[in-house]
Design a protein around this ligand. Structure first.
Ligand code: ADP
Ligand code: NA
Length: 332
């Protein structure tokens, strides 16, 4: 009943990281190149759930657009746009706030992680973030959502919201979108703490590789990455209980488009003194062409705005009829 359509987003809340690249951007490009209809969104309405300096947000939004294009998103084949330019996102977000249940929201682990013990001091928007994400996805009747592991629960919530809406209004209007979580790097971990995911919102710059870091910075961050002192094991099973080593092996595999087994076949028995520089060289060879292209694109912000504007027109043409029908189903 529903045609194959991919939707996903990234927050323009800071420097995009190697985690965003491997868990999201690189796979967004693969999906586009497979010929599936792809819609990608810079989710600035999500970014403002925590404080954003207005000028920085404006710059980061253009920078994120440049990262998409530099990584291989072709605005002629994918729709690339900025969430706040389409008012239907906020409207659909409200409608779904009235479908989702408080109990469901309270169970979201990202909310618990981000709010910590300080829930009373967080914005209401941070709590409602997952219903806005459901709105982003359902507004396009997307059937597949490529995300990292950290977003799986939010896509499952989206399915619950779609199912409740369909049930309550006796309709089959919304599809049940599937999370696409694939590859070796679905959860890239912090370089300083193997129990935390690498994130652009981590206050420690040393915890992440930014897509725009230069070669020396990348080499230095990998060199200083926290690991145990043992050499890499001869088999994959030997990575059991070695979260940091496992993470670096996964990152190498994802960057090189090989399996973790193949990485172990090449580096098993070698120490981090050998493996880390090889990893740094590989990361530089993949990221440097992208960041060079990003700088070139950033020199012409008007062109980026034009691309986002044209993407927004295409997105709006899909979103508006779906929003109108949703309101109609609800009696408005
Ligand atoms: P961040 O946590 O860096 O702010 P976002 O919330 O904007 O990232 O997420 C954008 C996309 O990048 C999502 O699909 C998310 O799952 C993915 N992603 C973010 N961090 C990682 C990571 N460390 N490993 C794999 N994927 C990630
Ligand atoms: Na996130």
């Amino acid at each position: 009943k529903f045609q194959k359509r991919i939707f996903s987003g990234i927050q323009p809340s800071g420097n995009l990281t190697l985690g965003n690249y491997l868990g999201a951007l690189k796979r967004f490009v693969q999906k586009q190149d497979e010929g599936i209809e792809t819609i990608y969104c810079l989710v600035d309405l999500h970014a403002i759930t925590v404080w954003q300096d207005p000028e920085a947000l404006r710059r980061q939004t253009r920078e994120a657009a440049a990262a998409f294009i530099a990584a291989g998103i072709d605005p002629a084949r994918s729709i690339l746009f900025n969430q706040s330019q389409i008012s239907a996102h906020a409207e659909m977000g409200w409608l779904l706030n009235c479908v989702a249940r408080m109990g469901w929201m309270n169970r979201m682990t990202q909310w618990k992680d981000k709010a910590g013990k300080n829930a009373e001091k967080q914005s209401l928007g941070l709590f409602a973030y997952p219903t806005l994400m459901a709105a982003d996805i359902l507004l396009y009747h997307a059937t597949m959502v490529p995300v990292g592991e950290d977003q799986k629960q939010h896509v499952e919530l989206t399915r619950d919201i779609a199912a409740k809406f369909n049930h309550d209004y006796k309709t089959e209007f919304f599809p049940s979108p599937a999370p696409l979580i694939e590859g070796a790097a679905t959860r890239v971990m912090s370089l300083r703490d193997g129990s935390k995911k690498m994130s652009k919102s981590d206050p420690s710059d040393a915890s992440r590789i930014n897509m725009t870091d230069d070669a020396d910075t990348i080499a230095k961050k990998f060199r200083k990455a926290v690991t145990d002192p043992e050499p890499l094991p001869e088999t994959l099973e030997g990575l059991e209980g070695r979260a940091e080593a496992r993470n670096l092996v996964n990152v190498y595999a994802a960057l090189a488009d090989i399996s973790p087994e193949q990485v172990i076949a090449e580096f098993g028995g070698k120490g981090f003194g050998t493996f880390k520089p090889a990893l740094a060289d590989l990361a530089v060879s993949k990221l440097e062409p992208i960041s060079t292209e990003m700088s070139r694109l950033m020199a012409d912000p008007a062109e980026i705005d034009r691309i986002l504007g044209s993407g927004a027109e295409k997105a709006d043409a899909i979103a508006q009829p779906i929003l109108a029908k949703t309101l109609d189903i609800m009696g408005m």
